[in-house]
Design a protein around this ligand. Structure first.
Ligand SMILES: C[S@@+](CC[C@H](N)C(=O)[O-])C[C@H]1O[C@@H](n2cnc3c(N)ncnc32)[C@H](O)[C@@H]1O
Length: 263
């Protein structure tokens, strides 16, 4: 009779406890391990993102679903989607949504967060890793609508400075508002006056030059989503960017009646 050599017995025991082949076939290779965000941090993330009833919230790497569920249950969001590569997490999240009574408004999808079209989110939440945030950054800046709020637990996006930062129980939370694109040359009308505005943009920061009556002046400004504000001399300009048009917002002491068209 064939006898198993004694030195093989420990290995066989381990193999019987962990069916390695089966695991290797089914276990997804995660880019980020599962670590849940504590509830007070979830609450503050959604507060910073100012989640509203008209919002669709997407949580990339959704774990047990707590952020997507709280978006709808606690903040009244219209809908939420959680994406996770691990089917076990999806099962758990779906059960949690049922328990919370929000299964009709919260969906969980098993899949790779890098392959998901996230352009319909008004709010994007993440608890990932610095490298993953940086891989997502160009997608966020290129494909998401200006004004979309991005909240990240723990990890920044390097030189794209956050619009707001907070710390809850020692944990960092970052908020960014996707800025409109204003780089280029604009023809500005300000009542009877017309001038050229050359703008360069780095994320939400805007610098440039305005040429008024042949005289150049430096312009410094900022974007808050689609809302541009800049100072020219003593004057404050605030406007809403809509593609190649900017329309004035009359507010406080800002110039009331101006508009701009990109040339
Ligand atoms: C740190 S946990 C965050 C869970 C949840 N968002 C929270 O804050 O409580 C990261 C999650 O990302 C998931 N994940 C890792 N790599 C992924 C990928 N490529 N696509 C989708 N999900 C992924 C993991 O399964 C894990 O549940």
């Amino acid at each position: 009779m064939y006898r198993i050599p004694r030195f093989c017995l420990p290995a066989l025991l381990v193999a019987s406890l962990f069916p390695v082949q089966g695991v290797a076939q089914t276990a997804p290779k995660l880019d980020v391990p599962y670590v849940p965000t504590p509830e007070p941090v979830v609450a503050r993330m959604l507060e910073m993102a100012n989640v509203q009833p008209e919002d669709h919230v997407v949580d990339l790497g959704s774990g047990d679903g707590r952020i997507a569920i709280a978006s709808v249950k606690d903040r009244g969001a219209k809908s939420a989607l959680g994406v996770d590569l691990n089917p076990e997490r999806i099962e758990e999240a779906e059960a949690n949504a049922q328990k919370a009574g929000v299964a009709d408004k919260v969906t969980f999808e098993q899949g790779d967060l890098f392959k998901k079209d996230i352009s319909d989110a008004n709010v994007l939440t993440m608890y990932l890793l610095p490298r993953v945030n940086m891989q997502l950054r160009p997608v966020i800046l290129e494909e998401m609508e200006p004004g979309t709020r991005i909240v990240s637990h723990a990890f920044s996006m390097e030189d794209w400075e956050a619009d707001q930062t907070d710390v809850v129980d020692g944990r960092y939370i970052y908020l960014w508002i996707v800025p409109a694109k204003v780089q280029g040359q604009w023809q500005v009308k300000n009542g009877e006056q017309a001038f050229t505005l050359d703008l360069a943009q780095t994320f939400q920061n805007v610098r440039g030059e305005a040429t008024v009556n042949g005289r150049p002046s430096t312009v410094e400004g900022k974007l808050d989503g689609e809302r541009l504000h800049f100072t020219l001399g003593e004057q404050q300009f605030i406007g809403i960017v809509d593609g190649d048009e900017i329309k004035a917002v009359s507010e406080g002491g800002a110039v009331a009646d101006w508009s701009a068209t990109r040339s």
